[in-house]
Design a protein around this ligand. Structure first.
Ligand SMILES: Cc1cc2nc3c(=O)[nH]c(=O)nc-3n(C[C@H](O)[C@H](O)[C@H](O)COP(=O)(O)OP(=O)(O)OC[C@H]3O[C@@H](n4cnc5c(N)ncnc54)[C@H](O)[C@@H]3O)c2cc1C
Length: 342
């Protein structure tokens, strides 16, 4: 580092697809970009269900124009992990993995980003501007009941084999709950889905809903609508349904209630967070927050609404940020796949 030039013109926090895309945009504009990630590159995708396929076509997940070619109709989780590793190598993106950012200090042109490595070393990286692209996977929406931290309870669904011939409860009313319930049943589990609402959320994937409804109709999967989890015990889940208590046997419990972005970094840096929507105060054109020089990119832009920003559109955020930094015109918003553009 020279005395008059920061380590990074743009320091990007989060090496998910949207953080990596921002790094490519910056590099193309001649800016030095450095990406820090608390885990590994694309760590959110490592936590997807093992055998899941993306709903987006590969082309819509590609970054910087590097072709993402797969033989199947839609890429698998492994395809995507291989592709994003290739992206880092191809574009020579400077990524420091396993280094969690703890604070953003300073102001435009002279930020100091404080981080800690996995080995426990504290680092300070000077940066001209900062992008927060921290996603939301690290912070599941907890249901806040006794027993939620027991070892047989998980907030992340990987695969169903572990539940073969077991009584299991899936909590939630969205896609992840429906898909987990179906996969668990197909792996030989005895499944009951519990949701506090009267039915599934509106945005359930159109091809998942009939599959689930037919399994319920034939008695393969049980459901408890309008049911609240009161407590999770080592071998059962206690429910409250219309004032009455019910006990469901469960040796495994899957709490599929989604994730919320962790906005503590932004808040501590002085960016107001809307208490209702969870959206960090920012200019939607340029993605610059209320703190000049601090930007948001990727799903963190949409606050608590997980159905607004995906890789498909978040991968273009970097272009807007770099346009702001370089004074070029801001590009128009991208077109989403028909499934997402509702
Ligand atoms: C099962 C599943 C299927 C999906 N399929 C699709 C699809 O087909 N198409 C699509 O467009 N989207 C899809 N999505 C959504 C997609 O995964 C997200 O939109 C995308 O991951 C968001 O990218 P991001 O870069 O904003 O954040 P993330 O990918 O979540 O990356 C954020 C990164 O920030 C890091 N981080 C967090 N805090 C810190 C910190 N303090 N310091 C340093 N690093 C930090 C994390 O380790 C993480 O690596 C799917 C999601 C799921 C769960």
């Amino acid at each position: 580092m020279s005395a008059d030039r920061p380590d990074a013109d743009l320091l990007i926090i989060g090496a998910g697809p949207c953080g990596l895309a921002a790094a490519i945009s910056a590099q193309r504009a001649g800016l030095r970009a450095v990406v820090l990630d608390a885990h590994v590159v694309a760590s959110t995708i490592t936590q997807y269900p093992t055998y899941v396929r993306f709903f987006s076509a590969a082309e819509k997940l590609s970054l910087g124009g590097l072709p993402f070619v797969v033989a199947a109709e839609k890429p698998s989780r492994r395809d995507a992990l291989a592709y994003y590793r290739a992206v880092v190598q191809h574009f020579g993106i400077e990524v420091r993995q396993y280094e969690r950012v703890r604070a953003i200090e300073g102001s435009r042109g002279a930020f100091r980003v404080l981080s800690r490595t996995r080995a426990g070393d504290d680092r300070t990286t000077p940066a001209g501007a900062v992008v927060v692209a921290t996603g939301y996977f690290g912070s599941p929406n907890r249901i806040g009941v006794p027993g939620e931290d027991l070892p047989h309870v998980t907030h992340v669904y990987r695969e169903g084999h572990e539940a073969f011939q077991q009584d299991v409860v899936v909590v939630g009313g969205g896609n992840s709950a429906a898909e987990a319930a179906l996969d668990l049943w197909r792996c030989g589990a005895r499944v009951t889905l519990v949701h506090f609402g009267p039915t599934f959320d509106k945005r359930i994937k159109p091809w998942v809903l009939p599959d689930f409804e037919n399994r319920v109709k034939e008695g393969s999967i049980g459901v408890r609508w309008n049911a609240r989890v009161a407590a999770i015990e080592p071998t059962a889940v206690r429910l409250a349904i219309a004032g009455a208590e019910q006990r469901l046997p469960a040796s495994l419990v899957y709490v599929m209630t989604g994730f919320a972005p962790n906005t503590a970094l932004l808040r501590d840096a002085g960016v107001p967070i809307d208490p209702g929507t969870g959206i960090p105060a920012h200019d939607p054109e340029t993605l610059e927050t209320a703190v000049p020089g601090v930007f948001v990119a990727g799903v963190v832009v949409a606050g608590l609404d997980a159905n607004k920003v995906f890789i498909e559109n978040g991968r273009h955020h970097g272009d807007r940020i770099v346009a702001r930094l370089t004074g070029r015109p801001v590009p128009p918003p991208p077109k989403l796949s028909a499934e997402l553009d509702t």
